[in-house]
Design a protein around this ligand. Structure first.
Ligand SMILES: Nc1ncnc2c1ncn2[C@@H]1O[C@H](COP(=O)(O)OP(=O)(O)OP(=O)(O)O)[C@@H](O)[C@H]1O
Ligand SMILES: [Mg+2]
Length: 321
């Protein structure tokens, strides 16, 4: 089963550059969360901070009663065993073939025999569709294959927490759909707490239980999927609906002229909230909420047409028809 991650008042800077300030959120145990934000807002920095690769300036990250930010290297090593991480660039060892790359955490962190290692590695390679590529070096693979190999490696220790940094970047749309299904199925099967960083709005709208948005050096919002998909807060609304209208411009913030040109113009309506992706066997995950429940409990009227099969998704800066 997954574990909760409680992040409180987290601030990180590099020299005089503040990346984000006072980030507070709880990733609920066993739930899937997505983290969004414009490029350069510090999403990857946050993931690296969660596993203790980077130290924040202040704040705490509590996992199973321990504060990751205050652990010594030896204790961090223990906490890291809870994690499976897929880094943005795959982070495979270039001189090792895929098999050895995927086997690496098992050989490093467990005392399993090579026979046991083999059976786990082959199971994960099969899961990500890489059977037959065991002997290839990372340099001989396509970007998408490297991603999937990184994913297989992230899963070998049966982690309680899985962090995915843009698992879908560089994947074709069909593989992205399969990958999303794989993540949902994985969560159903092992109940891990999952955090996915993505730029794919379709993934963000349909896969997670919760969504967070980093913007302008702070966490603009974090909460249940329905809360963000029905929100009219300008930044959240613009980002989650992939619209041009709103405070975000090409270089992060729009300037006053751009905003003035927009004022008075009517915003496109919010598109319907789509149904959440189900596990492939159709059995609800233990942490999955019933469609419309958050809206009902919070007295929020969802956009018309919500929770219908095939509820439209936004396309390219326009509201759904
Ligand atoms: N080790 C480091 N030393 C100094 N600055 C860093 C370091 N790592 C990241 N940064 C800076 O922190 C900021 C956030 O970087 P980060 O990689 O987290 O962005 P991101 O939100 O993941 O962007 P993208 O969507 O493009 O992946 C950037 O300005 C980057 O230059
Ligand atoms: Mg990144």
């Amino acid at each position: 089963m997954g574990v909760e991650i409680a992040i409180r008042g987290l601030t990180k800077s590099f020299g005089r550059q503040v990346i984000w300030r006072d980030v507070t959120l709880t990733l609920p145990a066993g739930e899937i969360s997505v983290l969004l934000g414009p490029s350069g807002t510090g999403k990857s920095v946050l993931l690296k901070t969660l596993v203790g690769l980077l130290r924040p300036d202040s704040g705490s990250i509590t996992i199973e009663g321990r504060d990751v930010c205050r652990l010594r290297e030896r204790d961090l090593y223990e906490v890291r065993k809870l994690f499976g991480v897929l880094f943005q660039d795959g982070a495979l060892f270039g001189s090792m073939n895929l098999y050895d790359n995927v086997a690496f955490p098992l050989r490093e962190h467990t005392r399993k025999s090579e026979k046991e290692v083999r059976s786990i590695v082959m199971e994960k390679m099969d899961l990500v569709g890489l059977i037959g590529a065991e002997d290839k070096l990372p340099g001989e693979l396509s970007g998408g294959m490297r991603k999937r190999a990184g994913l297989a490696r992230a899963l070998v220790l049966d982690p309680k927490i899985i962090l995915f940094d843009e698992p879908d970047s560089g994947l074709d749309p069909v593989r992205t759909a399969f990958l999303n299904q794989l993540i949902v199925d994985l969560n159903q099967r092992i109940g891990a707490t999952i955090l996915i960083v993505t730029h794919d709005i379709n993934t963000a709208r349909t896969v997670p239980d919760n969504i967070g948005l980093l913007y302008h050096r702070h966490l603009a919002m974090f909460g249940p999927r329905e809360m963000l998909l029905s929100s009219t807060e300008p930044v959240v609304r613009q980002f989650l609906n992939a619209q041009r209208e709103g405070p975000i411009g090409m270089s992060e913030e729009k300037d006053a002229d751009e905003l003035a040109a927009e004022s008075g113009r009517e915003l496109p309506p919010l598109p319907p909230i789509p149904l959440q992706m189900l596990p492939s066997d159709g059995v609800i995950r233990t942490t999955q909420r019933e469609p419309g429940r958050w809206c009902r409990e919070n007295g929020v009227t969802p956009p018309p047409g919500s929770f219908a099969a095939g509820a439209a998704l936004p396309v390219h800066g326009a509201a759904a028809p």
